[in-house]
Design a binder for this molecule. Structure first.
Ligand code: BGC
Length: 739
């Protein structure tokens, strides 16, 4: 009886959703019947607008005429209530009057920029990330745009690859949770709502594993790694209801993802029963010719549509070729119909057939963009994204009654770089630099000195002398170093990921003054800065934090926000260690410690351990882990174990800790990683407070793909580890899974 009402309610909801879906399918049937083959093919064609191009534009067709002729289903890089309305009006002059979908790369905010996705991932705060995507969706939708090409859910284990900035880092469990949260955030209460945009899970698949970290390079990986490490975040995006997928530029084991039927048909559309549509990446259908996989664009079009790529972004392969391929009986018209159905389905769900201009509302746009509420959300997300790497002798937080603070470094007054790569719709007056953030916080009570010292990529040290003189006058020096916004991002692969130019020499020169130094590293990827890490007492990794960057940094520097970020990606000691990640597979000759290298899986010249490990990050307070208890030490296949422990805030400040649960399968039919993150909780504790934390372990958490690539768990012994970082386990205990 207790469950009767909710169940009835749930059933009513799903019946009404099913009825709604049926209605839409009928409408699609009726539209499809009226369309010529050319018009159908038009729906699968997408051009870029004239600005914000993010790839090479192949030619310059008469775009508006093509829209009028029904040759376009979607455009990217058209934005703004007015502009989208004007272009949509042209689509309404076409014979079928099928509205266009407008898509845009809203990767971390639209007008208000949020921290780059990798930075947000450092918050381990799923609700906050969902909210960040929600705000971005509201601004995007209010600007007439229906679709964001986000989230990028590619697992990335190689910081040479510039696009690590765009994802959630190296871990599959964390990455899957974040993928789910971001899709939910973008799509809100569902397509059709005026504050929801279509999400796009990209890049399907394995794009993040480009050989040598070189963007667009080939990917070669085992099926095990594909299924266990790279695919789960995509599955999470499907489970969250992601409206669309984007395929990827790379080849996977010799087959371009764009022409890969195993990925797009067998896995996505058949096994995962995906009903959304797949857009190609920019020009990726045509690039199958450059890959040497298709003889020409005609064959590329044939391979792509057969493999399940529904929409052609900017390669101009579908429009000129598909009709002939159908006439020549090389492509069954049913394949075209299926792709068109998928596109029309989304147009119906968005409500565009009822009102093609419903998102293009200038009054709403005016109200929504850059609203105080949106900025507040960005500030909060920025605070949560900062990772405190080092704080010797409690240099931080800084006292608010300091007389003079010097801001030194090429990023100290930078506004532009704060937005980070992939910020398309930002405006100049929207960004708060570190210097401005400190001014906002301190007013006139503290004198703020400033010297640039050098440019970001400088080889010249001529500015050092002045910077040293300025430093000498200050009580504390806050240094702002790192990358310019275009140093991490698409096509921004690097072999040298040390802090660029002479910036680390500048840090050495300032540190030599003997004054207390705090270094803030602002970047889009894990950088290497060993001297700084070993010698400077206080270091914060701030990434690129978006519109409110300076205010967030000031709040953390002065303790108005206690940092709680944890690294979502391993920081190497040297490029030679890459790829280095925490969940590597066991070896027969493990290095027992950093010195024991003889005939061990180790380096002669460097330890295996990273500089900063996955999951690492400090707080102004300290936490103690104690009293680990398991409800049982034997787990039945259909049972669960409750794991509990006490987490205590043992320091002087209220603060949050991300308690991390790792598991190791000690013996299995396929060699398992040394540890894998399988759960976490972000817990707020007042100074002195303790809380009992519980986790549940069941068979699902112990499962993996066996030799036949079947998902399941095997009986045997497991190690449970609970800690504050992947390399700082505080509690551990063994248990067994039994038949
Ligand atoms: C990128 C995609 C992006 C697309 C459209 C491509 O170069 O790989 O992630 O969505 O351009 O801008």
């Amino acid at each position: 009886m207790k469950y009767y009402l909710p169940l009835a309610f749930v059933l009513t909801l799903s019946f009404s959703a099913a009825a709604q879906n049926q209605k839409i399918e009928k409408k699609i049937d009726s539209v499809l019947k009226l369309m010529t083959l050319d018009e159908k093919i038009g729906q699968l064609n997408q051009y870029t607008g004239d600005r914000d191009a993010t790839g090479p534009i192949t030619n310059n067709p008469n775009k508006l005429k093509d829209i009028r002729d029904g040759k376009l289903g979607s455009m990217l890089n058209v934005r703004g209530a007015k502009e989208t309305r004007e272009v949509q009006e042209v689509a309404m002059q076409s014979r079928m009057k099928i509205p266009l979908i407008f898509g845009l790369d809203v990767i971390h905010g639209y007008r208000v920029t949020f921290p780059i996705p990798l930075a947000e991932a450092a918050s381990w705060d799923l609700a906050a990330m969902e909210n960040a995507a929600r705000v971005a969706a509201r601004e995007t939708a209010a600007s007439g745009v229906h679709w964001t090409f986000a989230p990028m859910v590619d697992i990335a284990r190689d910081p040479r690859w510039g696009r690590v900035m765009e994802g959630a880092g190296e871990d599959t469990y964390l990455g899957s949770k974040i993928a789910f949260a971001r899709v939910k955030g973008f799509q809100g209460k569902g397509l059709g709502n005026l504050d929801a945009v279509m999400a796009c899970a990209k890049h399907f698949a394995a794009y993040g594993a480009a050989i040598a970290g070189r963007d667009y390079a080939a990917v070669d990986m085992s099926d095990h790694t594909l299924w266990e490490v790279y695919l789960p975040p995509f599955k999470a995006a499907v489970d969250a209801g992601a409206a669309t997928f984007m395929n990827s530029f790379n080849t996977l084991n010799g087959i371009p993802a764009t022409g890969n039927a195993y990925l797009q048909r067998d896995i996505l559309k058949d096994k995962w029963k995906y009903t959304g549509f797949v857009v190609s990446d920019w020009g990726s259908i045509g690039e199958m010719v450059d890959h040497g996989f298709a003889k020409n664009k005609t064959q590329a079009a044939e391979l792509a549509i057969k493999a399940g790529s529904d929409m052609d972004m900017e390669s101009r392969s579908y429009l000129p070729n598909l009709a002939k391929l159908v006439a020549d009986k090389k492509v069954p018209v049913a394949l075209i119909d299926d792709a068109v159905r998928r596109v029309l389905r989304k147009k119906f769900e968005l409500g565009l057939f009822d009102d093609p201009y419903r998102f293009s509302n200038e009054a709403r746009q005016e109200k929504e963009l850059n609203s105080p509420e949106n900025r507040k959300a960005s500030l909060s997300m920025a605070e949560k994204s900062i990772v405190l790497l080092k704080n010797n002798n409690q240099v931080l937080p800084l006292a608010k009654n300091l007389k003079k603070i010097a801001v030194i470094g090429p990023l100290g007054k930078s506004e532009k770089d704060m937005q980070g790569f992939w910020s398309i719709a930002w405006e100049k007056d929207n960004l708060v630099s570190l210097y401005q953030g400190l001014k906002n916080k301190l007013g006139d009570k503290t004198e703020l000195l400033y010297a640039k010292g050098c440019e970001i990529s400088d080889s010249s040290k001529t500015g050092f002398a002045e910077a040293v003189e300025v430093a000498k006058q200050a009580d504390v020096i806050v240094m702002a170093v790192g990358e310019a916004l275009d140093m991490s991002g698409e096509a921004k692969s690097k072999t040298n990921i040390h802090i660029p130019g002479v910036q680390e020499d500048l840090i050495k020169a300032i540190q030599a003054t003997g004054k207390p130094v705090v270094v803030l590293v602002m970047a889009g990827r894990p950088l290497i800065f060993n001297w700084t890490a070993d010698n400077v007492p206080a270091i914060m990794y701030t990434w690129w934090l978006g519109s409110e960057a300076g205010n967030a940094m000031a709040n953390v520097l002065f303790g108005d926000y206690n940092p709680a970020g944890k690294l979502p990606m391993t920081f190497p000691r040297d490029e030679g260690q890459i790829p280095v990640y925490y969940n590597y597979l066991s070896t027969g000759r493990p290095a027992k410690n950093d010195k024991d290298t003889r005939y061990r899986s180790a380096y002669l010249d460097l330890p295996n351990s990273p500089k900063f490990a996955f999951g690492y990050g400090l707080s102004y307070t300290t936490f103690e882990y104690a009293d680990l208890a398991l409800s049982a030490t034997e787990l039945k296949m259909d049972g669960k174990i409750e794991v509990s422990f006490t987490l205590k805030n043992t320091g002087k400040y209220d603060g949050e800790e991300v308690a991390q649960l790792y598991l190791q399968d000690k013996f299995a039919s396929v060699v398992r990683p040394v540890k894998e993150l399988k759960d976490f909780q972000k817990v707020m504790l007042k100074a002195g407070e303790s809380k009992k934390i519980t986790f549940l372990i069941n068979k699902e958490k112990l499962s993996f793909y066996n030799q036949q690539l079947k998902w399941g768990a095997e009986a045997g012994d497991f190690k449970l580890m609970i800690g504050t970082a992947s390399n700082n386990i505080k509690l551990e205990k063994d248990f067994a899974l039994v038949e």
